[in-house]
Design a protein. Structure first.
Length: 134
């Protein structure tokens, strides 16, 4: 298998995989349920930001902190709205799973598929210059 075939295969896998992941995450995004959770502990600073909370008498922890907790104007910091996905028992800070990231991978796959064409054009132009010199 030559290098162009490998690049085309990689770009095809990237594009198809990204479409599938985008569809799955978009579907998940549509099924997020807003829930009010009792906050036990939270930290709003830097990469170590996290939130510990109780939902249905179970203790959970999530990376990051909801904006309503970190906003200085908020008086009630005992409860916060998080978004719950029932199927895999996971929580999100926003009503979004950031599915649009996979659209960038689709663009990456398209760009990868153009590389062999660009490489061939560059090789052809170099070859033409060599023939003109002779």
């Amino acid at each position: 298998m030559n290098s162009n075939t490998k690049i085309y295969l990689l770009s095809l896998i990237t594009i198809i995989g990204s479409f599938i992941l985008y569809y799955v995450e978009q579907d998940k995004e549509n099924k997020l349920v807003p829930v009010k959770c009792r906050i036990l502990d939270y930290d709003c600073f830097g990469k170590a930001a996290n939130t510990t909370f109780i939902y249905k008498n179970k203790k959970y922890s999530i990376g990051g902190a909801p904006n309503e907790l970190c906003n200085e104007k908020t008086n009630n910091k005992e409860y916060a709205t998080l978004y719950y996905f029932v199927k895999d028992d996971s929580f999100y800070l926003k009503n979004s799973t950031n599915s649009k990231v996979y659209l960038y991978f689709i663009l990456l796959g398209i760009f990868l598929s153009i590389i062999p064409y660009i490489r061939k054009k560059a090789d052809d132009s170099i070859l033409k210059r060599e023939f003109k010199k002779r």
